[in-house]
Ligand binder design. Structure first.
Ligand SMILES: [Zn+2]
Length: 262
């Protein structure tokens, strides 16, 4: 049985000491591919290099994360945009991310976040590379921007979905997009095991770690790693009342469709 981790910060310093071993455990567990989101210019460059070392296993993204949007955001975007052609040179599977809006901690750069996100949405339209979207406390603003480009966008992932039925429905109106489900699903108080089967069809889900963050139960509180996606897979199978194989196959097919990889 094989499945895909669509969102893993494996380039992070948390993995500097044992990255090779972490990737080996991921392969042994059944993780067949890992998608690696950037957060800024430096990580975009780092990830492109790292992914070249693991062809057909690690797939790069470049982009400016909303929490990294500061006074220098225009310079960051100008430099990151230059990297977009490199995503095309590899075996495919490159994407733009992670991008989006995050007003959870602060609205200090609210206007800048909105502009930076919209510009990166336009990159996706121009290049037809899919989007990895991060959204916290900003769904209304996010939806209104995506609506303007929905017809021309190639699709993507609403990463780390933790919302209610209404919020899920609102995101699923964008029919080339899927919801990224991670460790939160396994938390005791999570409502996702009821919300997802109620409104999210199996062809609209993908699995993610968001490692090193968001470790699922029973690893909660520890450093997360891609192998732990098997706990998310197990919980999804329980919630939907299907076998783990069905979840693995359906989510892998969704990744193939959205990211254009086999
Ligand atoms: Zn992330």
């Amino acid at each position: 049985m094989e499945w895909i981790d669509t969102h893993c910060h494996i380039d992070g310093e948390e993995f500097d000491a044992d990255r090779e071993a972490v990737l080996e455990r991921a392969r042994e567990t059944g993780v067949s591919k890992i998608f690696v989101p950037a957060i800024d210019l430096a990580s975009s460059k780092r990830i492109l290099t790292l992914c070249q070392q693991y062809p057909d296993y690690l797939y790069p993204m470049v982009g400016l994360h909303p929490e990294e949007v500061r006074a220098d955001w225009r310079e960051q975007l100008t430099a990151i945009k230059q990297l977009l052609p490199l995503l095309r040179e590899g075996a495919g599977g490159g994407s733009i991310g992670e991008v989006g809006l995050d007003f959870y901690w602060s609205r200090e750069f609210e206007q800048e976040q909105l502009e930076a996100f919209e510009e990166q949405v336009r990159w996706s339209v121009e290049t037809q590379l899919p989007l990895m979207i991060h959204c916290r406390k900003a769904q209304n603003e996010l939806v209104s921007i995506i609506k303007r480009y929905a017809k021309e966008l190639p699709g993507g992932v609403f990463h780390c979905f933790t919302g209610n039925e209404q919020e899920a429905r609102e995101l699923l109106q964008f029919d080339r997009f899927v919801l990224g489900i991670g460790g939160v699903l396994t938390f005791k108080k999570s409502h996702l095991p009821e919300v997802l089967p109620a409104v999210v069809p199996l062809d609209r889900l993908v699995i993610e770690t968001d490692a090193p963050y968001m470790a699922p139960v029973p690893m909660r509180g520890q450093r997360n790693e891609p192998a732990y996606t098997r706990y998310v897979l197990q919980r999804l199978a329980e919630a939907y009342g299907v076998t783990e194989q069905v979840i693995a196959d359906r989510t892998s097919a969704n990744v193939a469709r959205v990211f254009g990889v086999k």
